[in-house]
Design a protein around this ligand. Sequence first.
Ligand code: FAD
Ligand code: NAI
Length: 471
Amino acid sequence: ASEAEEKDLVIIGGGVAGYVAAIKAGQSGLKVACIEKRGALGGTCLNVGCIPSKSLLNNSHLYHQILHDTKNRGIEVGDVKLNLGAMMKAKETSVSGLTKGIEFLFKKNNVEYIKGAGAFQDEHTVAVNLVEGGETTVRGKNILIATGSEATPFPGLTIDEKKVITSTGAIALEEVPKKLTVIGGGIIGLEMASVWSRLGSEVTVVEYLGQIGGPGMDKDVAKQAQKLLQKQGLKFKLNTKVVSGDADGEGVKVTVEAAKGGKEETLDADVCLVAIGRRPYTNGLGLENIGLEVDERGRLIIDQEYRTKIPHIRAIGDVTFGPMLAHKAEEESVAVVEYITKGYGHVNYGAIPSVMYTHPEVAWVGQNEQELAAANVKYNVGQFPFSANSRAKTNLDTEGFVKMLSDAETDRILGIHIIGPNAGEMIAEGVLALEYGASSEDVARTSHAHPTLSEAFKEAAMATYDKAVHY
Ligand code: FAD
Ligand code: NAI
């Protein structure tokens, strides 16, 4: 970057939030630069999050299925062995292909990619400490902060990413731990617990609340997920808090007690995963140089057009409000560029899906029963089990159900909660229904191909205002 040139938009952070905004800005004809310090584009999601975790989830599931679920399908397999190194290589190949793909898209859309760490010098100038050595500065008419988030540490347990790990260590272990303790039964905890349990670890998940799944998961779904994960060998300690941890000796000792207080118990393990949430990341960004402050949870404060109190400096993605999800960040990227170029943009925060990629998958959108009850909304419930769906039966994969919630008066769909095979793909139909303000009857009167899992979705809709046919 030359010091003289002023960009229309300078983006700090090349994660999903930053790189998508950069491409959109380039497509809209803005002069744009994107600063990323990691050495690769794609941020947490591509490098150490969504993508590598899904690679390991997919391949560990295949391994587990080959070990435990082939005979009754008429498939006899011989000597099945795990080659963890090769499984990690497959993961790395997926990651590097995707991150290089973004570099290509940057070139195609005239985005200048600056490899380095950016810090505000003043309200229009970002100083960049370059990865390859040296410094430069870049000036922007508009500046977008998209610096993402990091794992929240657990006090008293020092992360070394070998014995005491975050998700970053959990996607890169060099051997299968005999015993794994997971602190936090949210989505990261359960996805990573699934991977290592399938590959042979004895896994215990410690969760402070009385329910697994993290924020937003419907209670019935969470209960069913726990039951099914327990069947796969995971152990759970709910309503339990971690009192202290000790990683000095061999392995890691974690002392826990009932959340309300009680007798202490020590869990011994080779590795301990800390998965108690993530926090916005603004270290080294020089916010103090421009007088920008964060809230009590570290989030940059913005208005509805993503503006900080300095109007030409905006923030999107994990570093600010809302669910920490890649597709939420992506929606905001498009909207923020539209605000800059056109003055208006659009994100429907009421229709952002959540997916947990365990087996079976869990997916939901809109409100859950507990939230509706708390808001005094009168609603109808329609539920349909996959055990009554022909395709699930054919596939010998019948665990779970679809649950639809609609307004008792208008039948408008308010929430959809799925646990079952391919829930993550099926929820897209639910998101569309919610976006279009569909009623459950609208969905029920829509033809769904037979035999498909999505017929369970249609039948749950039928059950919401009338009766399902096959159950
Ligand atoms: P990030 O992806 O964190 O990107 C921010 C980037 O900014 C980073 O690359 C960082 O290096 C860079 N940066 C920070 N400070 C500076 C600076 N000063 N100068 C230059 N660069 C800087 N979400 C889903 O929707 N689906 C999933 O399946 C999913 N799986 C996940 C699995 C794991 C294990 C984890 C940890 C997260 C997962 N997430 C998932 C969440 C998802 O990764 C995040 O919501 C998403 O990455 C947020 O994008 P972002 O661009 O806001 O931040
Ligand atoms: P989370 O907020 O989803 O879950 C953390 C869990 O830890 C909660 O259930 C909480 O009650 C529990 N907890 C907190 N402190 C505790 C303590 N001291 N002892 C025991 N339990 C404790 O956070 P998580 O799982 O770390 O994920 C972070 C973010 O990453 C989430 O916002 C999630 O949306 C995103 N993510 C999304 C994925 C997806 O979409 N598939 C996959 C992985 C992460």
